[in-house]
Design a protein around this ligand. Structure first.
Ligand SMILES: O=C(O)CCC(=O)C(=O)O
Ligand SMILES: [Fe+2]
Length: 304
């Protein structure tokens, strides 16, 4: 065994760094078990120090869960059905052009959980950047177990038993998704096509505001600021106020920002972590490829 495990940072309550893990190491059940434990306990696992290929990315993913084909066809990888491919090319016709706090940028994504706009919340993903920008384009992570722990007791009681309605749609329909002021200068055809079929393909769904991690009994706040619409059963003013308070809490939570280097993979637990992408320069291409780990937590449902 030539690989090592260490804490990602002494300043963060989550995260693990695995260095030197090779594809053949995955043959040992003991190794796979150890990796699953780190995923469950630490929420975020960075892999560094060995060559990344689509086959390795998929094989590593399958140590944690079955990989699923992503429900949004517009982002599926053209050659590898178990990967999605997100291309941010400022010169490409597919690109969204945005301004974040007045600064033109590319590839920005707000705090979210993947596919929370469907009934089934996938368990995670493994991400790899095949091309990255000289600045920005960092993938940020926040842990909602830690975020729940740091809620005042009064708020812990308040969120218990509440449910949030989510809906797929343009960023402007997610009022709590970012602290920054974001203006869409142009929406590219891929996103337009997704938004056009949102009504038909992704009706509103409901997920609980608190989730208990089955293996450890730890509670996590279960809020994806992107796609969140309102809290079921509260009047609008109350719902808006609570979502604003919780989003502020999440935006202020300890975050890890991954600055991409060649041959790295990042695994996270989507039942627990939020992620986002910081904007990159206006004249550089960024490409990431990701698997989607299936396995549903069974707590989402379509809004009746
Ligand atoms: O581009 C990234 O760094 C992450 C994109 C993302 O949100 C995802 O892969 O789920
Ligand atoms: Fe994502």
């Amino acid at each position: 065994m030539t690989f090592t495990f260490e804490k990602l940072s002494n300043d963060l309550p989550f995260g693990c760094l695995v260095t030197g893990l090779k594809p053949h190491d995955l043959e040992l059940e003991e190794t796979r078990q150890r990796l699953r434990e780190r995923w469950e306990i630490d929420g975020l696992v960075i892999f560094r120090g060995s060559r990344v290929t689509p086959d390795y990315q998929v094989a590593l993913s399958e140590c944690f869960a079955e990989t699923i084909i992503h429900p949004v066809r517009e982002i599926r990888h053209p050659e590898h059905e178990k990967l999605i491919r997100l291309v941010s090319d400022p010169q490409g016709e597919d690109e969204d052009l945005i301004e974040v706090d007045g600064v033109p940028g590319c590839g920005w994504l707000p705090w979210h959980k993947d596919i929370i706009f469907t009934e089934k919340l996938n368990h995670g993903g493994i991400l790899h950047a095949t091309k990255f920008t000289s600045t920005g384009g960092e993938t940020g992570y926040v842990d909602q177990i830690d975020a729940y722990d740091r809620l005042p007791d009064e708020l812990k009681q308040r969120v218990d038993g509440l449910e949030v309605v989510y809906k797929f749609g343009p960023v402007e329909t997610s009022p709590w998704c970012a602290r920054e002021a974001v203006r869409y200068v142009k929406t590219g055809p891929a996103n337009r096509s997704m938004y056009e079929r949102a009504e038909r393909d992704w009706p509103p769904v409901v997920h609980p505001l608190v989730f208990t991690q089955p293996a450890t009994g730890r509670k996590a706040l279960n809020l994806s600021p992107r796609f969140a619409q309102y809290i079921l059963g509260l009047d609008k003013a109350e719902s808006d106020a609570l979502l604003t308070r919780l989003s502020n809490h999440l935006w202020d939570s300890p975050a890890y920002y991954h600055k991409w280097q060649p041959d790295e993979m990042v695994l996270w637990d989507n039942w627990r972590m939020l992620h986002r992408v910081t904007p990159g320069p206006f004249d550089e291409v960024r490409i990431v490829e990701r698997t989607t780990l299936g396995g549903d937590y069974g707590l989402g449902r379509t809004l009746a």
